[in-house]
Design a protein around this ligand. Structure first.
Ligand code: CP
Ligand code: NVA
Length: 332
């Protein structure tokens, strides 16, 4: 398997075998890290991290993965680069490619990261756009596999805003890997119809399936993985909270929902999550709408079934696999 110089923009661009290769590589890196075996295969390489939206996990995962591999990083925060304001995306890509061996981008439309990739002759990585969050998917599937050994015939249910970047990406990765994907939420927030068609076609090859439903019981009965995400994503206007709460409150992941699933069900969430009143936004929502918990209850978030911290850790191991496979090392 050779992924040298490949961009990592969305999982639609990757074959099931390539995704499998990255997952297996991530598992090897995790083992090496736990055993204290150094793996500085990218010594002398430089990676730039362009963030137009905020981040904890993705930024830290890219930084730690790079350092463990012996590479250096430059972080450009949401306001300190010229991109878009004074310099086109095309010019930015060409300039950065002269200095760096890889470019990570987190921001708004998928078109931006695709344009960066078209104009940079080094690998470009999507660290989240409005449409997709592909590095998150590798960590999610890795976490599922750590709990079930195999993903064959596993049912993964996404509850909530089923047309956001995470839900769309889950639908793609489940289809690529032949899993049973369920999107559960109000019809108004169902996945993009064109993408559903694309994924249904992929499923013809992989034996996966897709179900869209408004019915929570139908969705979660027999589920192995219940996954949710924030009800309002980065880049959306604060004014949408009221309507989103009205639409999504009955799709909260709580004990009753978990009890309807398979007895070995796990709970996943890409994080950050509103499950208590310990955040500024959480408090504001409580004051305005009286909700103490949003997409998931604190009880489920902190239950033994919740694997969200393993999932967060796995961001680093999987991103390391992507960096190593695409930038390539000569020190192995
Ligand atoms: N899950 C995830 O992408 O987290 P951050 O927004 O903290 O990077
Ligand atoms: N859907 C969320 C994911 C955060 C990791 C957002 O885009 O804000």
């Amino acid at each position: 398997m050779n992924l040298q110089n490949r961009d990592f923009l969305k999982l639609l661009d990757y074959t099931p075998e390539e995704i499998r290769y990255l997952l297996d590589l991530a598992k090897k890196f995790k083992k090496m890290k736990k055993e204290g075996i150094t793996h500085r295969y990218l010594e002398g390489k430089n990676i730039v991290l362009l963030f137009e939206k905020t981040s904890t996990r993705t930024r830290c995962a890219f930084e730690v993965a790079s350092y463990d591999l012996g590479a250096h990083v430059t972080y450009l925060d949401p306001v300190s680069s010229q991109m878009g304001k004074k310099e086109s995306i095309e010019d930015t890509a060409k300039v950065l490619a002269r200095m760096y061996d890889g470019i990570e981008y987190r921001g708004f439309s998928q078109e931006i990261v695709e344009t960066l990739a078209e104009n940079a002759d080094v690998p470009v990585f999507n660290g989240l756009t409005d449409e997709f969050h592909p590095t998150q998917m590798l960590a999610d599937i890795m976490t599922v596999e750590e709990n079930f050994d195999t993903i064959e015939n596993k049912k993964l249910v996404f509850m909530g805003d089923c047309r956001n970047n995470v839900a769309h990406s889950l639908m793609v990765v489940c289809s690529k890997l032949g899993m049973n994907f369920v999107a559960c939420g109000p019809r108004e927030l169902w996945p993009n119809e064109e993408l559903v068609e694309v994924c249904k076609n992929i499923n013809k090859e992989t034996n996966g399936s897709i179900l869209l439903t408004e019915n929570v019981e139908e969705a979660v009965t027999g589920a192995h993985v219940i996954y949710t995400d924030v009800w309002v994503s980065m880049g959306e206007d604060d004014s949408v909270w009221k309507q989103r709460i009205e639409l999504l409150r009955k799709y909260q992941v709580n004990k009753e929902v978990m009890n309807m699933a398979s007895s070995d069900v796990i709970f996943l969430h890409c994080l950050p999550s509103f499950h208590d009143l310990k955040t500024t936004i959480g408090k504001e929502i409580y004051e305005k709408f009286g909700l103490k918990e949003m997409e998931v209850t604190d009880e489920v978030f902190n239950s033994p079934n919740s694997k969200v911290m393993d999932e967060a850790e796995n961001r680093m191991h999987t991103i390391k696999a992507v960096l190593y496979a695409t930038i390539g090392g000569n020190n192995e």
